[in-house]
Design a protein around this ligand. Structure first.
Ligand code: MTE
Length: 388
């Protein structure tokens, strides 16, 4: 075996048991051996074959998510060899002057920062009923970071977009296993030219880590995470939306609500773009047992390209609602932390709910809109606790 990946390929996923040690996440093997998993302390491993890490909701108590606690979503293997010196990104397609840029050249272009809440379209998939196949994300495939790097539009302007350019396609350097199609998607020109759409090289002030797309990734703020291609190697201006697995089949929603088992024709679907309005309760934890006294119910709420207008909390299973206090930190595409101080009147079992409303007037529904791929789950959040 010549690499850790080869070793990992040799151990059957089904035979493994996850165990979170205090400082490093490891997989305990039946023989008592363990191998380090390229995750971070306390993160939930959702897929071992390709690294998919989810944050426990209890981590959502800072406006900016520390990078080690930022979820990771990979459709295939992360690139194995990535030297900053050798790396290049090409810009071609419907442009006047195709370009090739090194990291040094990219870093000479004016940098811009955007605090963005990045959420996987499949976040919350495990909560849809009936259940749908795919990575069974709980609530933590979301995080907020300050992303920095040149604006995509400044790079496109250098290349000179032709009048025939309508979409911008991104290709990553992922290692594509077997017959899996490569991770290639495109965004419409209007979003590509938005002043906040970036070729991000930094996250929370530091160069991107490999999990998050080193040395450069697209950052398409307010949109599902899949729009923000990691390990960029090619940017191509197209005359129309990219045709391929992750654009024409994946990441699409039916135009009309459908029921499980309904046949959905591709022409009756559209690509998922901006995120929904949503809130989650970070504390108290589901199943917690508390003593009487003051309880801080708190969490985070976000709404893609829109702003959070209010978050309401119910401590009686939805019979009555009270406004939560929104945190001071805010930015256009970033979540708001919120909190609500509650003093339970008596001991017993309680269901706590949170419900966000955004500047577009959208409110989290009691039940999320079911769809065959389990995207954009955003039902009112709930935790059950006991007060003794
Ligand atoms: N880019 C490449 N090249 N390959 C991928 O598998 N996953 C996408 C997106 N960019 C992906 C990618 C998806 S589905 C999401 S949700 C985000 O990356 C996750 O970004 P993160 O891993 O930095 O949190």
């Amino acid at each position: 075996m010549n690499s850790r990946r080869d070793f990992l390929k040799h151990i059957s996923g089904a035979a493994l048991v996850a165990s979170a040690a205090p400082s490093i996440l490891t997989w305990a093997l039946p023989q008592g051996q363990s191998v380090p998993v390229p995750g971070e302390d306390g993160m939930i491993l959702r897929s071992f074959r390709f690294v998919d890490l989810e944050a426990p909701v209890e981590y959502f108590n800072t406006w900016l998510t520390p990078v080690p606690h930022f979820f990771v979503r990979n459709h295939m293997h992360e690139p194995s060899e990535l030297g900053a010196g050798d790396w290049r990104v090409t810009v071609g397609g419907e442009v006047e002057k195709p370009l090739t840029l090194s990291l040094a050249e990219l870093s000479k272009i004016e940098s811009h920062s955007v605090v963005n809440t990045l959420e996987c379209a499949g976040n919350g998939r495990s909560l849809h009923r009936p259940q749908v196949p795919g990575i069974q994300w709980g609530k933590g495939a979301v995080g907020t970071a300050r992303f920095s790097g040149p604006r995509l539009r400044d790079v496109l302007q250098r290349a000179g977009v032709k009048s025939t350019g309508n979409h911008v396609m991104f290709r990553g350097l992922d290692e594509v296993p077997g017959k899996v199609p490569p991770f290639i998607r495109s965004i419409p020109m209007e979003k590509a030219l938005d002043a906040d759409t970036l070729l991000a090289t930094h996250m929370n002030g530091f160069p991107l880590t490999k999990h998050h797309g080193f040395p450069a990734r697209a950052l398409v703020p307010g949109w599902i995470g899949a729009a923000s291609c990691k390990w960029l190697t090619e940017i191509k201006v197209l005359d129309a939306e990219f045709v391929g697995n992750f654009m024409s089949t994946g990441y699409r929603l039916p135009n009309q609500p459908v029921k499980p088992g309904d046949a959905v024709k591709p022409e009756d679907t559209h690509p998922v773009t901006a995120l929904n309005v949503k809130s989650v309760i970070a504390g108290p934890s589901d199943g917690a047992s508390l003593k009487t006294g003051k309880v801080a119910v708190h969490g985070a709420a976000w709404a893609g390209e829109a702003d959070i207008a209010k978050v309401e909390v119910s401590t009686d299973g939805g019979a009555t609602w009270s406004p939560a206090k929104l945190g001071h930190d805010q930015a256009q595409y970033a979540w708001r932390l919120w909190s609500y101080e509650w003093k339970p009147a008596k001991v017993g079992d309680y269901t706590l709910l949170s419900r966000a409303t955004d500047s577009l007037g959208r409110t989290q529904p009691a039940t999320a809109v079911w769809n065959p791929s389990g995207y954009l789950y955003n039902a009112v959040d709930q935790v059950k606790i006991h007060v003794s």
